[in-house]
Design a protein around this ligand. Structure first.
Ligand SMILES: *Cc1c(COP(=O)(O)O)cnc(C)c1O
Length: 387
């Protein structure tokens, strides 16, 4: 048995190699090919939507959604302060500017009340659209992100978006398979984006998926993802497109993974409750427990340090890593990163607190009971030294 317990690694025990071998045998390894269509269809059925577009990664899916939502140069988009950087980069690819919004302790994701505060206090309705009074830019969209697989409280957020006429682009990269009040995450907004990067609940090596509500939007996004080609014989393109469509080999891996998704979610859930039991009486912190009513796929397990231990977070992490337990802090906040330091923002108190206190603990699908015990014992032991 491997002594190091990794944070999150893929589990490739389905038909991945069979499907990839098939790509080699049929010589369909690159752009287009039957697995891309099969994967898109499989995901559409899983999510209960008509159609999906498979793309090269989650970031490119968010980028295409922003383009289709008509977000362009000097527009603004409301985005989480606590997130992986991808959605903010996609906003910048369009020459638009993020506005940073706080998280809620309930979901770790965007807080609808904080969003309301920002919109009510900082914007005015004008003929050109919703204007940010401070920057004079037009706010076009909001990107809620379902942090660690836990759904943002979407009903109040969508109601606000309606009220202020904002497009909702769900970054569901982490929450595939989570159901918010019975509805799949990623299908709640105007657009939904997923990622199949190596650490996600299922992986295609690298990849993403886009959904869209408006009729014609998916067709447009697929068109943009394939260099906006209208005539493949003569290489005619009707606008500036992107080379963003998923390739067949990756879709083959993705399809084999997608076939196992329900079992992965079940395992993640069981492992979560094993951890929860072992960590109930631990002193110094507690496992973040998602609100099952709001939905979660239990992708990542966040361990929240008590306030008085927050300043030791990095030491605690280093000690655990030296014991062979790969834990990681949650992302640095967007407000502190060089490209986004100057962004407009609302009150960000809660995301700062969450960031200071959150450690992600091993969560791979193939975790053994022994490993879960070892992580829990390790955490207890290390924390006890700081109490
Ligand atoms: C993984 C992830 C993405 C997409 O990442 P890619 O590497 O481009 O697939 C986007 N947003 C969040 C929050 C993510 O965790």
């Amino acid at each position: 048995m491997n002594e190091r317990i990794p944070l999150s690694i893929p589990f490739l025990n389905g038909k991945e190699s069979v499907y990839v071998q098939d790509c080699f045998e049929t010589n369909f390894v690159s752009t287009a090919g039957p697995y891309v269509n099969k994967f898109e269809k499989h995901m559409a059925d899983f999510l209960g939507v008509d159609d999906t577009v498979a793309v090269m990664n989650g970031t490119s899916g968010i980028h295409l959604s922003l383009i289709d939502a008509n977000v362009g140069y000097d527009d603004e988009v409301l985005a989480p302060n606590l997130t992986f950087i991808a959605p903010l980069n996609a906003i910048r690819y369009q020459g638009a500017q993020p506005i940073l919004i706080d998280s809620s302790w309930k979901t770790l994701g965007m807080c609808p009340e904080k969003l309301r505060d920002f919109l009510e206090n900082n914007t005015e309705r004008t003929k050109e659209g919703l204007k940010n009074k401070k920057t004079s830019r037009i706010i076009k969209a909001v990107i809620p992100m379902h942090t660690l697989g836990n759904c943002v409280d979407m009903d109040p957020l969508i109601a606000l978006a309606k009220e202020f006429e904002l497009t909702v682009i769900e970054d569901a990269s982490e929450s595939l398979g989570a159901n918010y009040k019975g509805r799949p995450s990623g299908t709640l907004g105007d657009y939904g984006c997923f990622s199949f990067n190596g650490n996600k609940i299922i992986t295609s090596g690298g990849g993403g998926l886009v959904l869209a509500k408006a009729s014609g939007a998916i067709k447009k996004i697929r068109h943009l993802s394939t260099t906006a080609k209208t005539d493949s014989l003569n290489f005619v393109h009707d606008e500036v497109g992107f080379n963003y469509r998923m390739v067949n080999v990756l879709a083959a891996i993705g399809l084999a993974q997608a076939e196992q998704l329900n079992s992965f979610i079940e395992i993640k859930k069981q492992n979560f409750y094993k951890y929860k039991e072992l960590l109930t009486n631990v002193k110094g912190g507690s496992l973040f427990t998602p609100d099952e009513n709001l939905g979660t796929n239990h992708w990542f397990y966040g361990f929240i340090l008590d306030e008085n231990l927050a300043s030791y977070k990095n030491d605690i992490i280093k000690e655990l890593i030296s014991m062979g337990i790969e834990v990681r802090p949650i992302w640095e906040l967007m407000e502190y990163l060089a490209p986004y330091r100057d962004c407009d923002k609302g009150d960000l108190t809660i995301s700062r607190e969450i960031q200071k206190r959150t450690i992600n603990i091993p969560c791979s699908v193939n975790l053994t009971n022994e490993e879960i015990e070892k992580v829990s014992m390790g955490l207890k032991e290390v924390l006890s030294r700081y109490l």
